[in-house]
Design a protein around this ligand. Structure first.
Ligand code: 5GP
Ligand code: MG
Length: 177
């Protein structure tokens, strides 16, 4: 695999397509077992998670639903100063088992502010599945239940993840040089 250029920056190969797909298969098998008979809702956070969600969901063999949402943050009047709105959350999550599907967890800020809102709709359970977990960057108390890869605190692109809107359309993941 060779390096790629996205806008002004050079990225080098970091996680191969094969490694990604292997981890996703393992995760799918685990979820197929743990959620059999529960009809979970996969709640995919756009835009970055669209490829991960598609590859994961096509290997889910139990009854399951999928819902795509976008999280938009704006300055609110709460003590934290952050309000996150979920756009497109049309599924009725009350009493349901929810699996949040995220491309990458960095500080955990986005999910930390979104989770209370989701909890207020009283789902039966919420678990978080991420492709990439920047463990050392975590600054908010968010519990990650399933992580395909723990990665260092370095900027990555590809496989749905962007740099300034570009670089999402690759099968592998690349790291900033
Ligand atoms: P958090 O709220 O956990 O700090 O940030 C999560 C979001 O930041 C991700 O959904 C993603 O959009 C963005 N992000 C964090 N680290 C990276 C990275 O290394 N590469 C890319 N492309 N986006 C990242
Ligand atoms: Mg994301």
């Amino acid at each position: 695999m060779s390096s790629i250029k996205v806008l002004d920056k050079e990225f080098e190969p970091y996680i191969s397509e094969e490694a990604i797909q292997n981890k996703i298969s393992e995760l799918a098998q685990q979820l197929n077992q743990e959620y059999a008979g529960k009809r979970p809702i996969f709640l995919s956070i756009l835009n970055g998670s669209f490829l991960f969600t598609a590859d994961l969901f096509r290997q889910i063999t139990i009854e399951a639903e999928v819902c795509f949402i976008k999280l938009a943050s704006y300055k609110g009047t709460t003590s934290s100063g952050n309000v996150i709105t979920a756009i497109g959350l049309d599924a009725n999550v009350s009493g349901r088992d929810i699996i949040i599907v995220e491309d990458i967890i960095d500080t955990g800020k986005t999910l930390h502010h979104f989770l209370p809102q989701l909890e207020s709709s009283q789902p039966k359970s919420i678990k978080i599945a991420v492709l990439l977990n920047k463990k050392e960057a975590l600054a908010y108390p968010v519990k990650i239940d399933y992580a395909c890869f723990d990665i260092p605190n370095k900027f990555v692109v590809g496989y749905g993840l962007d740099y300034d809107g570009l670089g999402r359309n690759t099968r592998a993941i690349y790291q900033l040089k």
